[in-house]
Design a protein around this ligand. Structure first.
Ligand code: UDP
Ligand code: MG
Length: 317
């Protein structure tokens, strides 16, 4: 591959006026050092996506762009959330860049890993996941919730990379693949592995946010996790079916038990039939809901209209 390809850094920003100037400075240093080593082409950019911030974030981005055209900006019409802002940036960069790295505005992701990601790209990887090696700086609460999140996702059958947030490099064709996923409920971490192509991981240590506060309070984290599960798996519906089946089986056991007790004459008149019907009907109802749910799950997956395959290569003369 001819060295020197165009790199875009995509950074979603929501009320980040406190960190933005410092982030811009550090990323520029990084880009300059890569220009010097001729790792990336001169058209490379640092692209900030303003996700409907209510503070001076956009003014700062405009000012940066005036000072140095290496900075560019995309302004969303209103706050659409981290995942949507990120997608907007990635899709804007898609036609312009050969590779794109997404990272957070707070520089919790170590910028020194960018070089390694770019090297992996030149080695032929289409997706490079940044993976946290340690969570020393996170609070116990953040660590615990994050770990439970990965475990839960796994249990629900969603294929995500452990300890990987949205710090990753994607090649142009990986972005083309991503653009084929037209779903509204966006959970990028789950979609990227579905795109395929050669991928690898680079490890880094996550730093503390150096200013401002997290835009992911518990409420947003929970809704993020729920989104992740419900947009990738219909296991919760299966669980209803299984519960219904188990309860129905149990009702048979209870039928035998109550008949035995009944035959020994130790029951009140009407108890046997009442108790058996409660269990049997309850079980059958759950089972029926599960079956209906199974079809709704199918419809749900159909409406997502996901690409059934992405072709990597065709051999032609
Ligand atoms: N972010 C965004 N829109 C939102 C919330 C967050 O674009 O509605 C951005 C934010 O500016 C940051 C990134 O998403 O660049 C990650 O947010 P944060 O650092 O607050 O999350 P945490 O690291 O605490 O999980
Ligand atoms: Mg952060």
């Amino acid at each position: 591959m001819d060295k020197k390809q165009i790199l875009y850094l995509v950074i979603p920003c929501y009320n980040e006026e406190e960190v933005l100037p410092e982030t811009a400075r550090q990323l520029l240093l990084k880009m300059n050092s890569m220009f010097e080593r001729e790792m990336i082409a001169g058209e490379s950019k640092i692209m900030f996506v303003n996700d409907g911030s209510r503070d001076r974030t956009w003014e700062i981005i405009e000012e940066l762009h005036r000072q140095n055209p290496i900075y560019t900006g995309v302004k969303l019409s209103r706050n659409k959330g981290h995942q949507n802002a990120l997608l907007a940036g990635l899709m804007t960069a898609k036609g312009r860049a050969d590779m794109v790295i997404s990272l957070d505005a707070d520089l919790q992701d170590d910028v020194n890993v960018i070089d390694r990601m770019v090297e992996c790209y030149y080695q032929g990887y289409d997706v490079v996941y940044g993976v946290r090696s340690a969570r020393k700086t996170d609070t116990f609460f953040k660590k615990f919730t994050a770990q439970s999140f990965y475990k839960l996702m796994k249990a629900m059958g969603v294929d995500i990379v452990y300890n990987h947030a949205d710090y990753r490099l994607m090649s142009r064709r990986a972005l083309e693949g991503l653009s084929k996923f037209r779903e509204v409920n966006l959970f990028l971490r789950g979609i990227v592995p579905l795109i395929g192509y050669r991928s690898t991981e680079v490890a880094y240590e996550r730093h503390e946010r150096f200013a401002g506060e997290s835009k992911y309070p518990l409420k947003k984290m929970l809704s993020f996790a729920t989104d992740g599960i419900t947009s990738f798996s219909i296991k919760p519906i299966r669980m209803i079916t299984v519960a219904g089946f188990l309860i129905f089986v149990m009702s048979l056991a209870i039928l035998i038990y109550s008949l035995v007790v009944h035959s020994m004459g130790r029951t009140v008149w009407g108890w046997t039939s009442t108790i058996v019907s409660i269990w049997a009907i309850g079980g059958l109802q759950l089972l029926a809901i599960g079956v209906v749910g199974e079809y709704i799950g199918k419809i749900y997956m159909e409406t997502k209209d996901r690409p059934k395959y992405i072709i990597e290569k065709i051999l032609e003369e």
